[in-house]
Design a protein around this ligand. Structure first.
Ligand SMILES: NC(=O)c1ccc[n+]([C@@H]2O[C@H](COP(=O)([O-])OP(=O)(O)OC[C@H]3O[C@@H](n4cnc5c(N)ncnc54)[C@H](O)[C@@H]3O)[C@@H](O)[C@H]2O)c1
Length: 288
């Protein structure tokens, strides 16, 4: 998509880019194209795993290691970012998630509670820790914008997503609660974007991804939203065009969350057979 300088003179931090598939990678590229200057950050493991150095070169952004669950590391990240970028931050992307229960193929009714706490800490409480630390250190500028990435499983159970649905529900709740406090005091906006299922390193742990992508694609009038469209939605929320949008969960999902039953789903499903039989008038199951 053509850039319009929407983030010219803005400073930000992007969490969670590990490789080219990462949603955060696309967001960083798009923010750079729109004129922003950024710091990229990830955990020690995330930095070792992927090729963030390439993104750093492409977007001319320094990289700072930070475990998003560690308040002291968050404090250092915020202070060093302000120093490197020359002032308080205008935007932050939180694209951080991990579930040890999913990794170890645990089902929702056989959860390990220590893993569950890690899931909540990494995937949801880290947003609270980030916001509280930013507020204490006055690291976000007036009318700054924070976006965290969520998923429909915060509202409807998705088979195989295990404890991440609870983590996303908490993430969206923190967005509203902190959005109220930070908005009143400093006009800082906090929103989540709920993204269509998209193939990334994180979803490799999720065996049902392909089924979910096919199902969501069929049930979304516009089809599944890709990573680039997620980045566009983030840029929109970081920009000054959305100054009065806060404490919201915005669906970037092709309409999936609002859809009941689409004709595409019927055409691609076993219901085709049911309909054929119904048309023949010989299927008593579908007469009711
Ligand atoms: N891919 C999807 O289908 C999808 C859909 C909706 C929402 N999301 C959300 O988007 C966000 C980004 O995920 P992604 O799909 O791009 O996968 P990804 O694997 O590229 O990104 C997840 C990131 O979290 C980082 N991370 C994990 N633990 C961390 C910690 N303690 N401190 C700092 N960083 C840590 C990882 O290193 C990685 O960079 C996640 O919040 C995910 O739940 C993804």
């Amino acid at each position: 998509m053509e850039a319009h300088g929407l983030l010219k003179n803005k400073r930000g931090i992007i969490f969670g880019a590990v490789d080219e598939q990462s949603l955060a990678w696309h967001v960083a590229e798009q923010c750079h194209a729109e004129g922003a200057r950024m710091v990229l950050t990830n955990s020690q493991f995330g930095l070792q795993l992927g090729n963030i150095r390439r993104l750093s070169e492409m977007t001319e952004s320094p990289v700072i290691e930070c475990d998003a669950t560690d308040v002291e590391q968050l404090r250092a990240l915020l202070s060093e970012s302000m120093r490197l970028l020359g002032g308080p931050l205008d935007f932050i992307l939180h694209a951080v998630a991990l579930s040890p229960n999913i990794r170890r193929r645990r089902s929702y009714d056989n959860i390990n509670y220590s893993y569950f706490q890690q899931t909540l800490d990494i995937s949801a409480l880290s947003l609270h820790k980030l916001l509280q630390t930013a507020k204490e250190t006055d690291a976000i500028a007036e009318w700054g914008s924070v976006v965290a990435l969520s998923y429909i499983a915060a509202h409807k159970p998705i088979c195989g997503y295990v404890d991440m649905g609870d983590a996303k529900a908490l993430l969206e709740s923190i967005t509203r609660s902190f959005g109220q406090v930070y908005g009143e005091e400093k006009h800082v906006r906090i929103n989540t974007i709920s993204q269509s299922p998209t193939r990334t390193r994180a979803t490799e742990q999720f065996p049902e991804l392909h089924i979910m992508q096919t199902f969501a694609g069929d049930m979304s009038p516009l089809g599944n939203a890709d990573a680039e469209s997620c980045a566009n939605a983030c840029v929109m929320l970081f920009s000054d065009y959305t100054r009065y949008i806060t404490m919201q969960n915005i669906y970037n999902d092709g309409g999936f969350s609002a859809s009941g039953l689409t004709s595409r789903y019927i055409l691609n499903s076993k219901y085709v057979e049911l309909r054929k039989n119904e048309n023949k008038g010989n299927n008593t199951d579908t007469q009711h």
